[in-house]
Design a protein around this ligand. Structure first.
Ligand code: PEP
Length: 261
């Protein structure tokens, strides 16, 4: 059975080291040592070192929100995979829609970063998802297929097994709109079928596919209980420790139900 992975994408928040440190501490204290759900915090890059220190001794992973595809060199303002590992990172988010749509990140760039992240020993969380217009014009599957093929090009099954995917419909991110469990499950099943076609059934069954898009305490369980939804990438609600901990509790309940089904 796939473990449920709940990741908090703090984006460019909170505004101070003190607030980031308090948020990480509150999640750590609230989580305890129950490892039935995997948890990762993804603070801003300038807060990674401090959050790593706070998370020491806990079961919480540390993720970055982006990285550069090159291992070193003249890339002003960029951060390499090895630097992230050195800071204590276990994960890195790649191809978030705010980078694809706001900063022109393409599938080819995501693919280069993905290979670099794996080489550095990081677990990549690769985001994909359709815009509202693409959904309304029935192009969701076409878009997902294009993003999967482009972003995952050149991976061997053994590498794919280490990758986490996050299906994040762009129209649901930060909008308060959430895909219904039926819409999300359909997209996740489509993604898993494509993984089966490209990497084989054993690998596809192994890959964790998170859902992201306005996940909140009151909708988390119905989403996480869907058979092909293996976790959540949480933006806004991860900035409030209480809400994030409630989503983790929902993840534990979903894991329990799946184990008993
Ligand atoms: C995200 O940033 O990946 C995200 C899903 O944000 P939110 O939960 O706020 O929609």
């Amino acid at each position: 059975m796939r473990a449920i992975l709940i990741a908090g994408n703090w984006k460019m928040n909170p505004g101070t080291l003190a607030a980031a440190s308090a948020l990480a501490q509150a999640v750590k204290d609230g989580l305890g040592h129950d490892a039935s759900v995997h948890v990762v915090l993804c603070p801003a890059s300038v807060h990674l070192g401090l959050v790593d220190q706070i998370l020491e001794g806990s079961i919480i992973g540390l993720g970055a929100q982006n990285m550069h595809a090159r291992p070193d060199g003249a890339y002003t303002g960029e951060i390499s995979g090895a630097m992230l590992v050195d800071l204590g990172c276990t994960h890195v988010i790649l191809g978030h829609s705010e980078r694809r749509h706001g900063m022109g990140e393409t599938d080819t760039m995501v693919n280069q970063k993905l290979h670099a992240a794996l080489s550095a020993g990081l677990i990549p969380i690769v985001c994909l998802g359709e815009t509202k217009e693409e959904r309304l014009t029935d192009r969701t599957e076409h878009v997902l297929l294009t993003q999967l093929e482009g972003s995952l090009a050149g991976l061997e099954p053994v590498q794919m097994a280490k990758v986490v995917l996050a299906y994040e419909p762009v129209w649901a991110i930060g909008t308060g709109l959430t895909a219904t469990p039926e819409q999300a499950q359909a997209a996740h099943a489509f993604i898993r079928n494509r993984l089966t076609a490209q990497f084989g059934a054993a690998t596809a069954e192994h890959v964790v596919v998170q859902y992201g898009g306005s996940v909140k305490p009151d909708n988390a369980l119905e989403l996480l209980a869907c058979p092909d939804i293996d976790g959540a990438l949480v933006g806004g609600a991860s900035l409030k420790a209480d809400d994030f901990l409630k989503i983790i509790t929902a993840g534990r309940e979903a894991a329990r139900r799946k184990a008993n089904s």
